[in-house]
Design a protein around this ligand. Structure first.
Ligand code: ADP
Ligand code: MG
Length: 249
């Protein structure tokens, strides 16, 4: 049984399908990257998988159970979703924001304190813990949100981590650390589905790549089979060539 399964998932806006008839299976242990041009429907698809809004048509099952059948609390324990943008306009400290990740779960005070500290250290924001989150740089805010979401994924019922462009604001070292955390999560009997723009990074680090174009899933498979020069030209309109294992343009 797939951890996550969609059948004929469709989202319509003004009569047009912006996510169109998506059939998708995500298995435990996988790190899957969703790629595609701006406006392809990646964020819309991820939002619907996260249950933010129901799709116009089609089904989503998590652990064999249709989304509508889940209780809110159980859903928030099973799945964590990091949107593309999570602006914060409240005077919360970094520690308080990270701690929000524990809300769906019931931790003892001691466990909570230990896990929040671990999240702060893993995401390299321990030294910012008491700062007002609105005063952080873009990359620091991103790590704060990642730490919150990571914390939500730590309790045992959590199975699926959905992240929309988690690497976009991160420098190289923090991208590497983030990928390590995502890989470790997938390796811990869970699954990760993330949006990425760096095709070479997807070729190297994903177990599987989903290529979305104009709302349709045009390819789903091993990174090097999906992200060929021909496919990149067809979907992104950019001529590339392979140099070793590297796509150049
Ligand atoms: P991506 O994340 O791949 O860049 P999105 O999923 O954000 O793309 O958007 C897909 C398409 O749907 C875009 O053309 C976008 O303008 C459109 N869209 C997204 N949300 C809405 C909305 N609420 N109303 C109308 N159009 C929308
Ligand atoms: Mg997007």
């Amino acid at each position: 049984m797939s951890l996550l399964q969609t059948r004929h998932l469709t989202v319509e806006r003004g009569g047009a399908a912006i996510v169109d008839d998506i059939n998708l299976d995500i298995q435990t242990g996988e790190l899957v990257m969703l790629v595609g041009p701006n406006g392809a429907g990646k964020s819309t698809l991820l939002q619907r998988l996260a249950g933010v809004q129901p799709p116009s048509r089609g089904s989503i099952h998590l652990q064999g159970q249709a989304t509508a059948e889940w209780r809110h609390q159980d859903w928030a324990q099973a799945l964590a979703y990091l949107p593309q943008l999570s602006p914060l306009n409240f005077p919360l400290s970094v520690r308080e924001v990270v701690q929000l990740g524990a809300l769906p779960h019931s931790h003892s005070v001691v466990t909570l304190r230990r896990q929040v500290q671990e999240a702060l250290e893993r995401w390299d924001i321990h030294w910012l813990a008491d700062r007002d989150v609105r005063l952080l740089s873009g990359g620091e805010q991103q790590r704060c949100q990642l730490a919150r979401s990571w914390l939500q994924m730590q309790a045992p019922p959590s199975r699926l981590w959905l992240l929309d462009e988690p690497l976009s604001a991160l420098d190289l070292r923090h991208q590497q650390q983030c990928l390590q955390q995502l890989r470790a999560t997938a390796g811990a009997g869970k699954a990760v589905l993330m949006v990425a723009h760096d095709l070479n990074l997807a070729r190297r680090h994903a177990d599987r790549v989903l290529l979305l174009c104009c709302g349709r899933l045009v390819a789903d498979g091993k990174p090097r089979e999906v992200l060929t020069a021909a496919q990149v030209a067809a979907v992104f309109g950019v001529q590339t060539h392979l140099d070793g294992d590297w796509l150049h343009w």
